[in-house]
Design a protein around this ligand. Structure first.
Ligand code: ARG
Length: 557
């Protein structure tokens, strides 16, 4: 609403005076509703700002939403007809509920999101946690923006490491141990392989031969590999269940095994392949290292499988835009992927959604190598700490376990998404679980606070004194509520869930300071109903923002 008023004013002035770059700002609380800086045009026309003001006066003044204008310090200040604007915003939110901010379905645009994608036979790493949380939020945001989204888990379930795994298992492993604690046991075998490899250089070749045989369909190796994969998936699914995350496809790297010859053929027919020290590569010029397509023994690589996956997504899902939610360390890989498919003559948008590390006390957190707990345990610890806090605050609360789960997980997700994603984030359970500050629980608690007021009162929309919406304390927040649809679009364009996180945080802070100053449940019914509509709208938007981030909102906590 405010955004469209700003755009209309801007384009009306620009077309009336054949100028560009008119800026319509939103000054801070306590000032005019909108302001247009005049200095640049004064300079341009060699007149005073006051004279510019008089030129613009008519065009701005005749806008239906403008109440009055004034000149101060080189600015054209605009005071809006707040009441009708506020009513329009609040009524829209009241009518649309969680659909507020939805954009029309853009049927032609399918976006594939490749996220989470952990590696089989290894623990679900914290990097994969970030990928999962960010990818899931982006999925929700794109869907709300009207895109068709296909969520793919590109599991790391193929490659020489499975040759190593199988060799290690056959040498030192046994079925019972793996069954008991699959990923841990497999990981131990993997570590043992690496240690042994240092002493015995033949082991590496052995592993390569085994993987090559697996690629060619060796039945025994296939059986072992399938087993490792099933056990790993079982553990991964527990994490996804906890987080409430799901995918349309779990097509991992192995899925492309029979689609790789076609890739090699396509590259061959475009004369893009070169043999370099026995390996097959695509030369990518001076700015990028060559892309490795095949090892000297004929085995394919991570890159080969990514090219195959991209072609598959194009042919099967008609997607030309793929978002890869993967850490900063793979920036080069995705540049190479883009370059290879460019050379093949496609026009794909390989969009690498990169992100930073998770730090604990300033050090890189790792769930590997036994130093840190398994991710599932970390999540469960957050849940049990949330439970302790909840039961001491509200011992009579029913469904304490359910609430604790939503709070604990919400805390982890919000702690991640409130930051610009390419930055490293701090992982401190105690801080993220606080009910005050920039946390998930704070947002859930703010929403619950509104809920308890709404539960005690009935909103009657036909008895409402909307004059209150003219007051700064109301109108500033209402203006913000009006921004939600634009914000979603901006978050989508820049792949930045943190914009939504920061926005709902500011709404919640706005509500809490309003609540500290004003009584909601006042005697006079017209005033009370205005208050109720106002806080209901804030709650609707906070809850929808939480949902987009992948966080549950609550009725009680
Ligand atoms: N499994 C990979 C890793 O853990 C991430 C895969 C990302 N997706 C992709 N299409 N390459 O590093």
């Amino acid at each position: 609403m405010i955004e469209s008023i700003k755009n209309t004013l801007k384009s009306r002035i620009e077309s009336s005076f054949q100028i560009q770059d008119v800026i319509v700002e939103e000054p801070k609380k306590g000032h005019a509703d909108l302001a247009i800086p005049l200095f640049a045009f004064a300079k341009f026309w060699r007149i005073s700002p006051m004279e510019v003001y008089h030129r613009f006066e008519k065009v701005v003044g005749e806008n239906n939403n403008v109440n009055r204008i004034e000149f101060t310090n080189g600015f054209l200040n605009i005071y809006l007809k707040r009441e009708p604007i506020a009513k329009a915003i609040l009524n829209t939110i009241h009518d649309q509920g969680s659909r507020y901010g939805n954009h029309e379905l853009k049927k032609t645009e399918t976006v594939v999101m490749d996220y989470s994608s952990p590696n089989i036979a290894k623990s679900f790493g914290v990097g994969h946690l970030r990928s999962t949380v960010i990818g899931n939020a982006l999925k929700n945001i794109y869907k709300k923006s009207g895109y068709q989204v296909i969520a793919v888990n590109h599991l790391g379930d193929w490659g020489t490491q499975f040759g190593k795994m199988i060799v290690a298992y056959q040498k030192w492993g046994n079925e019972a141990d793996v069954k008991k604690d699959p990923i841990n046991e497999l990981q131990k075998l993997y570590v043992r392989f690496h240690d042994a490899e240092k002493e015995d250089p033949n082991l590496e070749q052995e592993a390569r031969d085994v993987f090559r045989a697996l690629e060619l369909g060796d039945p025994l190796y296939t059986q072992l590999w399938t087993w490792f994969k099933d056990e790993s998936l079982r553990e991964f699914m527990e994490v996804y269940d906890l987080l409430g995350v799901s995918f349309d496809y779990y097509t991992g790297e192995s899925f492309y095994n029979d689609k790789m010859d076609a890739v090699v053929d396509a590259l061959e027919s475009k004369r893009l392949l070169k043999v370099d020290e026995g390996a097959t590569i695509v030369d990518l010029g001076d700015n990028l290292p060559p892309a490795l397509i095949k090892r000297s023994d004929g085995a394919t690589l991570y890159m080969t499988r990514d090219v195959a996956a991209l072609l598959y997504r194009h042919h099967m899902y008609h997607a030309n835009h793929v978002l890869y939610v993967v850490g900063n360390e793979q920036i080069l890989h995705f540049k190479q992927l883009q370059a290879v498919t460019d050379l093949l003559g496609y026009h794909f948008n390989v969009d690498h959604i990169n992100f930073g590390l998770i730090l604990v006390d300033g050090k890189k957190m790792s769930t590997r190598g036994g130093k840190f707990k398994r991710l599932e345990e970390v999540i469960n610890q957050a849940i049990s700490e949330a439970k302790a806090a909840i039961s001491s605050k509200n011992p009579d609360l029913e469904n304490q376990d359910q609430v604790a789960k939503a709070v604990g997980i919400g805390a982890i997700i919000f702690n991640d998404l409130k930051n610009e994603r390419h930055l490293d984030i701090d992982f401190n359970l105690e801080n993220m679980l606080k009910f005050e500050g920039q946390t998930g629980p704070y947002l859930q608690y703010s929403s619950v606070r509104i809920e308890s007021i709404l539960k005690e009162n009935t909103l009657e929309t036909n008895d409402m004194d909307t004059r209150f919406f003219n007051e700064d304390d109301y109108f500033d927040l209402i203006k913000q509520l009006g921004q939600f649809p634009y914000l979603i679009e901006k978050a989508r364009e820049t792949n930045a869930p943190n914009l939504i996180a920061r926005y709902i945080l500011s709404l919640a802070q706005g509500f809490n300071s309003f609540y500290g100053k004003h009584r909601i449940n006042v005697e006079v019914s017209g005033h009370r109903n205005a208050n109720l509509l106002f806080i209901e709208s804030i709650q609707t938007v906070i809850n929808e923002g939480l949902r987009l981030l992948g966080i549950e909102s609550l009725k009680e906590m």
